[in-house]
Design a protein around this ligand. Structure first.
Ligand SMILES: NC(=O)c1ccc[n+]([C@@H]2O[C@H](COP(=O)([O-])OP(=O)(O)OC[C@H]3O[C@@H](n4cnc5c(N)ncnc54)[C@H](O)[C@@H]3O)[C@@H](O)[C@H]2O)c1
Ligand SMILES: [Zn+2]
Ligand SMILES: [Zn+2]
Length: 389
């Protein structure tokens, strides 16, 4: 079959690889009808996530039709149309029983590797390095879904791929980021990053009843999309983020701050971002923490910092004194996708939201390697890419 494979920094190829096969009774094989490129894939593309190997099939936002099911899988049958959550969940371990699906204790088959790096491993993820299980990803014609009896969302009749595809990742990711803010009707929610995840943070914060939603980025078409979703925008190239946030909150700061940027943050006007770039380049620091520092500084005391943005390793110069003395709460994590998908599917069916608003490019899987570049460089107005195998 054909698939997008990682070969090193900025090197994704459209390769021919062996077809996947059932390896375990709970597996399913699906024929991918649509898949997407995620901001998290950029961290692989730019080679910030360790333990990738040449030839690894990438992609973790995908859906399709069930072609084959393992003997123990009683939940799926051939022909079912499903979205696949990017966090692989067994549904039975202590964490899965609590709904903490992204830290499933059983789905990461390279658990000992991740235990060494992080103290305790998280769940297995599709197409996201050997630290998260080394599972082949979904930017491919076919995928093996491990624990498929639990790791799926069935698609009701009458919905298009474009309406439901993002239930596998960015919609629940934006939703979880907002839900973890415990939004009150008097709250200002400030969101750094107007990429696909930021866009879903905005729509989720609005649906959850925030008084004011503010979004920060420097890409004009992304800021326009943010405005269309109900946010006031700040362009960090032409405005001071600190001053504007103070103004918009009458000097008090936003109660809730969301980092939808992650480890590749950039900001041209600040000294600390130059420091991060230099340290990252000489490998003394793996992640750039400019957004984290800015959030800690501007957040209203007793506020919440919600961090869906991905970090891989070490960050430097975190103002711990400000974080502690302001009494801030930090909430973060890979998304517990299945915790949210029933509710979000209902909201799509009721017409509260149509997630397809974020799509700017739909192309064949063979054009994947170019689209990684287009998305990375934010060329051609690109916000979200859907690939059709
Ligand atoms: N927690 C999860 O489960 C989960 C799931 C999906 C994605 N993510 C992560 O969410 C983050 C965003 O994903 P995305 O798909 O939207 O990616 P993206 O790269 O398209 O978006 C990031 C946006 O941040 C902006 N940005 C950069 N520096 C900034 C700064 N200093 N201030 C404000 N904005 C800044 C960029 O211009 C860009 O528009 C990534 O780190 C991704 O890995 C996490
Ligand atoms: Zn993702
Ligand atoms: Zn589990």
């Amino acid at each position: 079959m054909k698939a997008l494979c990682w070969h090193g920094k900025n090197d994704i190829r459209y390769d021919t690889v062996p077809d996947p096969e059932i390896e375990h009774g709970r597996d399913a094989i699906i024929k991918v009808s649509s898949c997407a490129i995620c901001g998290s894939d950029m961290h692989l593309y730019d080679h910030f996530i360790p333990t990738m190997e040449k030839g690894d099939v990438v992609g973790h936002e995908f859906m399709g039709e069930v072609m084959e099911v393992g003997a123990e899988n009683k939940e799926l049958k051939v022909g079912d149309r499903i979205v696949v959550p990017f966090t692989i969940t067994c549904g039975e371990c202590e964490q899965c029983r609590r709904g903490n699906f992204s830290v499933c204790e059983r789905s990461n088959r390279n658990k000992s590797l991740a235990d060494k790096m992080f103290g305790h491993a998280g769940a297995g993820l599709f197409g996201y390095s050997h630290l998260t299980g080394g599972y082949a990803g979904g930017q491919a014609e076919y995928v093996r879904v491990p624990f498929a009896d639990k790791t799926h969302v069935k698609v009701p009749e009458g919905l298009t791929d474009e309406q439901v595809l993002f239930l596998g990742d960015i919609f629940p990711t934006g939703w979880q980021a907002a839900a973890q803010c415990d939004i009150q009707p008097t709250d200002t929610v400030a969101i750094w990053g107007a990429g696909p995840v930021g866009q879903f943070c905005i729509r989720s914060a609005v649906l959850l009843g925030a008084r004011q939603v503010i979004c920060i980025d420097n890409v004009p078409e992304r800021l326009s999309m943010a405005e269309a979703g109900g946010a006031i925008t700040i362009n960090f190239d032409s405005e001071s983020v600190l001053e504007r946030l103070q103004e918009l909150t009458h000097g008090k700061g936003p109660e809730k701050c969301i980092d939808a940027v992650g480890l590749e943050a950039h900001a041209t006007r600040s000294l600390d971002s130059v420091y991060d770039r230099v340290k990252q380049a000489v490998m003394l620091e793996s992640d750039r923490a400019h957004v984290l520092r800015e959030m800690i500084y501007v957040c209203r005391p007793a506020g919440v910092l919600s961090i869906p943005g991905v970090y891989g390793g070490l960050v430097d110069k975190i103002p711990m004194g400000a974080l502690m003395n302001k009494g801030l709460t930090v909430r973060t994590g890979q998304t517990h996708v299945k915790r949210w998908t029933d509710d979000l599917m209902n909201r799509i069916q009721e017409g509260q939201i149509d997630p397809s608003f974020v799509i700017t490019h739909t192309v064949g899987l063979d054009q994947g390697p170019e689209m990684y570049k287009t998305f990375r460089e934010k060329q051609d107005g690109c916000v979200k890419v859907v690939l059709k195998p």
